[in-house]
Every structure is written in C-alpha cells, then in structure tokens.
Design a binder for this molecule. Structure first.
Ligand code: ATP
Length: 245
C-alpha cells in the first residue's frame, strides 16, 4: 500500500481503461500501478498499441479510467467536476500532445502564455514567463510568429514551451521530439531533465532509447500492463532487449 505524501506528484492506483464493450472491447490499460515523485523523470516505452498514450491521457485528466484511481498531488481526479479538473490541469499539469494542439490564431508567445493567463496571471508577467520558456526551447526569436509561419519542428518546440511554462509540477510529454532533428531533440531532453531537477515530476512517452536514457526510471508497457521497470539506464538498448521490445 503506497502512502500519498506531498512528494508524490502522480499516482495511478490499479488503473484500467477499456474502450468499447462486449466482444469488441479493447483493454488499453490493465491494473496499472505507477507513482512519480517530485524531481523524478520517468520514461514510458512499449510497442505501438501498448497503452502509452492512454496512460498519459489518464495521468493528465484528459480521460477517466474504467476502474482504479488517478491522483495528482494527492487530489483524486475522480472527485473533481469538469471546471475543477480544467483548473487543476492549467495550474499543475503541462501536456505536450503528439499533434501539438496549438491555437493557430495566436502567436507563439500568446500560445505559451495562454494557460497562465487563463489561470489569472497578469498579461505582462505571463508574457515574460512565456519568453523565458521559448528561450529554454531555443526559439526566442519566433515569439511573434503565427503557427502557419513556423515549421513542424518549431511548432513542436512551442508546444513544449507551453508545457513547461510557469511552475507546473507535472509534465507529460507524448513523443515530443517526433518533428525534431537529433540535436534539437537532445535540447528538449535537457529542458525536461532540468524541469525534473527543479522539482517537477516528468513522464515522457518515447520510442527512443537514447531519450529514455535521460530518465531516472523507465517503465515498459505491453498489452496495457507494466511488464518491467528499470532504473539507472546505463545501457537502455540492453534493457529494451531484456524486456523483449
Ligand atoms: N479512443 C479510443 N477508442 C478505441 N480504442 C482506443 C482508443 N484509444 C486507444 N485505443 C486502443 O487502446 C490501445 C492502446 O492505445 P494507445 O494509443 O494508448 O497505445 P500507444 O502505446 O500509445 O500506441 P502508439 O505508440 O501507436 O501511439 C490500442 O489497442 C488502441 O487501438
């Protein structure tokens, strides 16, 4: 039985998620137990369809489990109404979506500042923090660009800046380097690592062992179950082989 302490940012307790019903039901996650503490960077790996994105969506309160509980900073998400859940997401959770989910009618800086402004931060302060986040991901000069004036890789970096802006305690990133070259991808890992070192809990879904090597712990999923967990990834390729991935 785990203890829900203040250092525990995310807890998934016996979480299952089934899509559909009857003969066509798909069990995306089965009885997953996972805890991520403050300052901890966890990578999630596994074959396509193993449940990685489903896990992230539940952790970020974008989806609800069929059974089991999700706790963010000890708050049970099941107990929150839609407005409370939205507020907690804006305040505590930074999410990098596979398809970015940026607002095309806003500039890069406005996109990054949006969650802070929606949460009541004064515009000036929000813009200052947005500029800082854009600097962290290496594109401070693109602050005034609209999304259709940016490449896919640049948009991906805006999405990452929006997830790490401010003081979010839980950062969830679903394959955040897909549109990036390897040097920029490495830069994104440095940003996620430094957020964890500053006390955030970070969960990264990745197919790339060299990115998982930045994590404190790697969780391997297969058919919706955690099949292995590894710490201190000195040789991620070997661990992948051990897990049969
Ligand atoms: N909205 C949905 N409706 C029905 N089935 C779904 C839905 N979302 C996910 N699934 C199913 O749940 C299982 C897990 O999917 P999920 O996207 O979480 O896997 P994944 O490991 O992230 O895959 P990938 O690496 O391809 O992104 C798959 O069988 C998928 O088809």
């Amino acid at each position: 039985m785990s203890v829900r302490g203040p250092q525990q940012v995310l807890e998934l307790a016996k979480v299952s998620r089934t899509f559909g019903e009857g003969a066509t039901a798909v069990a995306a996650l089965r009885d997953v137990d996972l805890t991520i503490g403050a300052g901890e960077f966890v990578a999630v790996m596994g074959p396509s369809g193993s449940g990685k994105s489903s896990l992230l969506a539940l952790a970020g309160g974008l989806d609800r489990p069929t059974s089991g509980g999700v706790f963010v900073e000890s708050t049970p998400l099941a107990g929150l109404g839609l407005n409370e859940l939205a507020r907690l997401r804006r305040r505590a959770v930074g999410y990098v979506f596979q398809d970015f989910n940026l607002v095309p009618t806003l500039t890069a800086a406005e996109n990054v500042a949006l969650p802070l402004e929606l949460d009541g931060t004064a515009t000036k302060k929000a813009r200052r923090q947005a500029a800082d986040a854009l600097r962290q991901v290496g594109i401070p000069e693109l602050a005034d660009r609209f999304m259709d004036q940016m490449s896919g890789g640049q948009q991906q970096r805006v999405a990452i800046a929006r997830a790490v802006v401010g003081q979010r305690r839980l950062i969830l990133a679903d394959e955040p380097t897909g549109a990036l070259d390897s040097t920029t991808g490495q830069g994104v890992m440095e940003v996620l690592r430094s957020r964890a070192d500053a006390g955030a809990a970070v969960m990264l879904v990745t197919h790339e062992a060299r990115h998982a090597a930045w994590a404190d712990r790697v969780v391997f999923l297969r058919d919706g179950r955690i099949v292995d967990q590894a710490t201190a990834m000195h040789d991620p390729t070997m661990l992948l082989a051990q897990a049969g991935l």
